[in-house]
Design a protein around this ligand. Sequence first.
Ligand SMILES: [Zn+2]
Ligand SMILES: [Zn+2]
Length: 294
Amino acid sequence: MTTITIWGCRGSLATPGAEFDKYGGNTSCVQITGNDGTILILDAGTGLSDLGKTVKEPSKKYNLLLTHLHMDHIQGMGFFPPFFNPEAEVNIWGPSSTTMNLRTRLTRYMSPPLFPVTLRDLPCKLTLNEVHHDSFKIGPFKISSDLIGHVGPTVGYRIECADGVITYIPDHEPALGVVNFPLERQWTSGSALAANADILIHDAQYSDKEYNKCQGWGHSAFNDTLKFAAQARVKHLIPFHHDPSHTDDNLDQLISETVGSQKLEFKVTAARERAVFKLPVLNTQDPVKKPNQE
Ligand SMILES: [Zn+2]
Ligand SMILES: [Zn+2]
């Protein structure tokens, strides 16, 4: 069994507060645990801090796959205990830019004045791997990365294992510049990564009305995400990267307005902090207990 745990699904900015309690306020972080215990961490948003509290084996190997280096995807890095443990092995994958390698880009955040500890001073065994259009293996997972349409160098990940296929594209604007979205598959950004995925975790930040004002900002209208998922023939869509201005009530309304009346050939479950999805069993969403809850 492979489990997928959502530790943060808020887009752009962390949003603490009672009105965000249902979907959660932490930014992008998803844990995938393989049937042999291999852990993949997708993005290091503020949700990584809560994931870090569950770490029981500091000497384990952690694999952190970054889609890009916007703050909402790296801000949790300094709050993940294995980075500070000499026994731990942390391997990071992420994109370089045309002018800077991944280490230099990450060091811009992991150094004063933005953070008191520099990347090179972290005591863990740290390796950095640059990805663009690549394919590699981690434990039971075969991973493909590819550049996708966002602002700045950004990749999406397709993760295949014996239990199924998970595609993770948290920040994505495939409809940018397309009059009648979607174009054919081969012209649609990210479509090869998402093709026939069992689970697609995908940007769904805006309503149609909001998207009209925010074209070119790198994110998707919820309706376009549904079209993208339909074209890719996924089995289960998990809309992700909720707008920081959307309260739980706003999100419930957006979901019922966009999904409610449509006949879709796939399941839709909006991402919620601490939700757990399982492969190959697809219809489970159990909340993870908070440390102070029985
Ligand atoms: Zn983001
Ligand atoms: Zn971004």
